[in-house]
Design a protein around this ligand. Structure first.
Ligand SMILES: Nc1ncnc2c1ncn2[C@@H]1O[C@H](COP(=O)(O)OP(=O)(O)O)[C@@H](O)[C@H]1O
Ligand SMILES: [Mg+2]
Length: 362
């Protein structure tokens, strides 16, 4: 393998003990790893490739043999050799392994996944044990359906040790609606017999005022996770700022694109850092619901297709109903819970619960 850059300053990755810096320098290295580093590719071929729109080793590695042969006017055999050489270089540089891994590695990674109790046994059951790390869980529902109450309760629960179904880690609470209440967190912690000050100190709150600020915080989330040793990130809510700022029809595509990039970043961060990410989302309340699917969250398909799990919440008298909407493996099901001094909680009487579920067609 040729390394024409060898010895140049560009090739030296920045040394840092900070994970985020390492991630950045990794990407910098990617960018420096380019076409003429691929075995068999000299300046003439590089020029032809660039003219054909193939500007990086990754572009070349995923090119089709037939198309490449036409594009750079070479034989199919040569095209195949170039593509394979590009793939080999990516593998040797640990780029391909990051994209393609064997199933046993995936299983090992899944096994390091942790679950955090929501504070309600019935909601935990719906989630098959609680909210997961390496995943983005979205709670959506109308105003007052209990989204922020779930978030507050999770702050208390995540501080608990693993043996108590917590995450034994810090919480980053990103508040875009100004609805975080430390007094409420204190009440929840006290009612559950936790030391309130410990829980409060374990939660860092970031109040966000506009969508650019939110985007900036999410961009640097990896660094904050390290800094605060956080295992849970709450974003309550993910869409309100973007919704308020990008309200005209003309700006809708822009808004969706920006939300899309936020969400993809969140999914990657959840996986790489083995943390749980919880986002909330509003549904348009009636009369909008008259004209469409009442379980449709704001933000449209962008959020729905990116979140790993989506739970729809609605009020039912004094209680709340949670419904699993989208999940790779949870059965489609629903459950009931209530809101009280402990945050979210199970219904007092499980017989009542069974009865309600029987007649629960509301
Ligand atoms: N200490 C409490 N005890 C009982 N219910 C509460 C308490 N605090 C909040 N609630 C209930 O939670 C509701 C608000 O839920 P919230 O999670 O803020 O809604 P949203 O889905 O809009 O975020 C209130 O309407 C109230 O019914
Ligand atoms: Mg709320």
């Amino acid at each position: 393998m040729k390394h024409k850059h060898s010895g140049s300053e560009k090739d030296i990755p920045h040394q840092s003990d900070n994970k985020v810096e390492d991630e950045k320098s990794f990407h910098v290295r990617d960018i420096d790893l380019y076409l003429h580093d691929v075995e068999g590719i000299g300046p003439t071929t590089t020029k032809k490739l660039k003219e054909a729109g193939i500007t990086s080793v990754i572009d070349l590695a995923v090119a089709s043999i037939d198309q490449l042969a036409v594009d750079i006017n070479c034989s199919k055999d040569s095209a195949a050799l170039f593509i394979m050489a590009a793939q080999k270089l990516l593998r040797e540089s640990n780029v391909l392994e990051k994209e393609f891994v064997t199933a046993d590695f995936v299983l090992e990674k899944r096994n390091s996944m942790l679950r955090c109790s929501t504070g309600s046994k019935s909601l935990d059951e719906l989630l098959l044990g609680g909210i997961e790390t390496q995943a983005v869980t979205e709670f959506y529902g109308e105003f007052g359906s209990g989204k922020s109450q779930i978030c507050h309760t999770l702050c208390a629960m995540a501080s608990r040790p693993l043996s108590e179904k917590g995450l034994d880690g810090g919480v980053i609470y990103i508040d875009t609606e100004g609805t975080f209440r430390p007094e409420r967190l204190q009440e929840i912690a006290t009612s559950r017999g936790f030391v309130p000050l410990e829980v409060l100190k374990n939660t860092v709150v970031c109040k966000v005022y506009n969508s650019s600020h939110l985007e900036l915080i999410i961009k640097d989330l990896g660094g904050y996770l390290n800094k605060f040793k956080a295992k849970l990130v709450v974003i309550d809510s993910i869409i309100s700022l973007h919704r308020a700022e990008f309200s005209g029809r003309g700006t809708l595509a822009d808004r969706q694109q920006r939300l899309n990039s936020i969400l993809h970043k969140l999914v990657r961060v959840a996986e790489i850092f083995n943390v749980a990410i919880v986002i909330t989302n509003q549904v348009l309340s009636s009369p909008d619901t008259f004209f469409g699917d009442p379980t449709k969250a704001a933000g449209g398909n962008v959020i729905g297709h990116t979140s790993t799990y989506r739970i729809y919440l609605r009020k039912s008298g004094e209680n709340r109903i949670a419904k699993m909407i989208d999940s790779p493996y949870h059965p489609y099901s629903d459950t009931r819970f209530t809101v009280n001094e402990k945050g979210i909680d199970d219904l007092e009487d499980s017989t009542n619960r069974a009865k309600e579920l029987e007649g629960g067609s509301d």
